[in-house]
Design a protein around this ligand. Sequence first.
Ligand code: ALA
Length: 572
Amino acid sequence: MKSGELRERFLKFFEEKGHKIVPSSSILPTDPSVLFTTAGMQQFKPYYLGEKSPYGKNVASCQKCFRTSDIEEVGDDSHLTFLEMLGNFSFGGYFKKEAIKMAYEFIFKELKLPVEDAVFTVFEGNGLVPEDEDKESIEIWKGLGILENQIKKCGKEDNFWGPTGEEGPCGPTTEIHIRGVEVWNLVFNEYYQDKDKKLTPLEQKGVDTGMGLERLAMAVQEKKNVFETDLFEPILEEIPDSDEKSRRIIADHIKGAVFLISEGILPSNVERGYVLRRVLRRAMRYGKLLNLSENFLIPIVKKVIEFYGDVYPELKSKENEILTVIQKEEEKFGKTLGEGLKQFNDFVLRRKPKNGKVGVAFDQLILYGREAFYLYQTFGFPKEIMQELCQEKNIKFDENGFEEEMKKHQEISRAGAEKKFVGGLADHSEKTIKYHTAAHLMLAALREVLGLEIYQKGSNITAERLRFDFNYPQKLNEEQTSKIEDLVNEKIKEDLEVVCEEMTLKEAKGKGAMGVFEEKYGDKVKVYSIGDFSKEICGGPHVKRTSELGRFKIQKEESSGAGVRRIRAMLE
Ligand code: ALA
């Protein structure tokens, strides 16, 4: 039985049992405390709390859902970000007995799935609220002929549904598992959970059920996983045969992205737009692992639209927009993805001990916050992609360091977060590279003007400016600042060549190279020299010649803590 028929049979079954069929609501809920619609009950939330339902007490739907909670698990047999959820709901109409009976009838009579392959879970009680095990559900299942050994009691983790968003209806659940996969979840809403997670009994009891169409299709079509069902097969055909997990992730993520864009979401660096960007870029990264060609996403996108277009006409009417958005994002990220991956490897691999010789002691490879932030900002790597890369390679991801860098950056430019990618990543990356080279010139100039005891305490670079911290006990006077500025501009005019050499840390030190975070370097380091003016240990990248920088201008000099000064400068 095809998924289209399953969808129809479900709705018809409940219509015949007195339910009003309600169309799927938007994937973008009106409830401000949730980003996406994650369950069929989302659009009916108020009716559980006493508000009068315009559809009557009993309804059923097939709801578009998007969940990021399971994103790490996508690629296994049953987890997805986008799914269609079939559900029947009652707000003060029927309760446990009717709900369980109807579910039983649909699965084992209507669809004729083998009941002996099924397991039924029920809430075991947690001694608090609610304190008792759900004896009533156990009895109802038994009354339908379910054997004692097919019923499993589980705790709050599995068999208590919490509210979507910050507060809402909730209660114990009973689930139907078929061949080891949870297929249908029946929630009995008996409580209201408030913002402090306190439960109070609801005046009116409710039923909220959810069954992923993909998992149901898997059970009915007797497939080992959701990706072998007709809901994925045609889409997977557009992705070359290769690593199975990567193909699954790409198929799931592109499907999700198509639905998100069809509702008007655009890739950005905040909230929903960020989630969209994250799934698109994640798909692209997996495509890169498979060596897929540029623009590989487009045929997949077209297939998704073709496959779902009849059921969800918004996909067809927004086809051009969906294609344009995805193509643009692919172009943007495609350009920098390879370069960014290379830079990632550079960051961590140069610290790797070679031939058992370790230049500097370290326990585990690590991607520092500063570096992660650079990858994020310059190449558009979402944090989650970096975390995944690190996990795959057994590298520690310096999460705190990264968050600190993010915070610092946000403080500087709140509005900047949204604007960050506007100029295009390639352009962005060129500008930040220039600022990296300018920072080297500035350190050398500071040392020449203020003395050789000056060293760098930190720096922060965006496409718009350079911020640079260094040790110095007092405010710089105007003469000093203009001397520094002039010196940097002089070196830019001299059109000095920027040369990169690899050497051991010892050699680098021997040559008088400056290093900011020495303890992090491995045995081989990169040393960037600018004429004979500057020599620093640095991962790069940098411009080829200083004349590329344009005019250097110091905008501000201020204190940044005891004994630390901060300069903000721009390239014009
Ligand atoms: N709201 C319940 C779920 O999504 C049925 O699992």
